[in-house]
Design a protein around this ligand. Sequence first.
Ligand code: SAM
Length: 161
Amino acid sequence: MSRRVQHFGGSHTELKLDVVSGYLAAYARALKDKGFRLSYLDAFAGSGWRAVGSATDGQGSLLPEPEAAAGSALRVLRNAERLNRYVFGDANEDNIASLRAAIAEAKSIDPSLPEPEIHCCDANDLVARECTRLRRSSGLIDVDDSLGGLDLRVWAHEGRR
Ligand SMILES: C[S@@+](CC[C@H](N)C(=O)[O-])C[C@H]1O[C@@H](n2cnc3c(N)ncnc32)[C@H](O)[C@@H]1O
């Protein structure tokens, strides 16, 4: 499976990914050892790769060729602060295949990376399923969809173990 490098966002995207990583680390640290089972859900996980230095960042004419950089899903898995459960979804089969390959490659380099659940489905279905699950566990769900038009991530703690 060859890498499907997605073209989206702009120079603000790298900043957004840094903010997500920082938030995730702070969230994990704050709730560590508090007895919660921590989940991470990205319903628009993408192919695992994004183009940087492409024309979409407004500087394309200055840069020779776009390069592939890790997308949000890979970055989250590599975060030093670990959660208990990672759920990635995307509606596009080819993106899901590329994401699976990207994660397998990353895990072959670092076997300690978490093993995520990966679903090829519409974001609405995935979020609805997870909300049902969380409701049953009577936990807290914190939705942050302000970081980008299509991205929706859910930080949730599902109730004490
Ligand atoms: C901007 S890309 C995701 C990028 C990824 N979050 C990252 O930062 O590397 C948006 C993704 O949403 C997927 N998508 C679009 N509509 C969707 C839907 N209704 N349900 C699930 N995935 C969808 C597309 O296939 C695409 O891979």
